[in-house]
Ligand binder design. Sequence first.
Ligand code: 5GP
Length: 211
Amino acid sequence: MNTKGILIVVSGFSGSGKGTLMKELLSRYPDTYALSISATTRSPRAGEEHGREYFFISKDEFEKMIAKDQLIEYARYVENYYGTPREYVEKKLSEGKDVILEIEIQGALKVKKAFPDTLLLFVTPPNAAELRDRLVGRGTETMDVIKSRLDRACEEAEGMDSYDYLIVNDELEACVQKMHEIIQGEHQRSFRNKDFMKEIKEDLERLKGEE
Ligand code: 5GP
């Protein structure tokens, strides 16, 4: 069966809890998944480290990466640039890992266009009020930023139906398991197993000829 890694995009409203979900998935299945680390021009939040949450770089450095085609995709999100470095993603996919990009919708659609086999997952809290409460409760953003993230969430809600699966993040453990099962189920899709099907058809023809 399919041994190549699957490229997976995980999007979700800011405050949907997708970051925690990803960390948990990665720590439970470290040999199955690789999480791409994006480059961004935004400043680190308290507790964030260069090379762990993001590569925090200047606008100049970001523009150089664009010019050298070192990003699979990039987008502008609330006044900053965010982009996916190409090298890591290609290396991990070829090693057979399922590679996760945690990116917003504009980037997700660009990736899907460039790589049509990409699996698109959208994480949402059970309802809108919970989303606002999580953003306020995080305590890391100013009210202005929270407002622009809620505005942005309204825009992103319009794009939810471009995704393959919705993942409602009500309970962390259950949600991690659900996500893992969805992704692993994808490996069985016929379009991801063209070589396997070709081989089985050829073998059957051969066996038929031998009878
Ligand atoms: P935050 O500033 O909260 O870390 O991220 C803001 C948004 O940017 C999130 O929706 C996040 O998923 C998205 N994002 C992070 N990295 C990338 C990237 O490489 N490309 C794109 N298009 N979006 C990204």
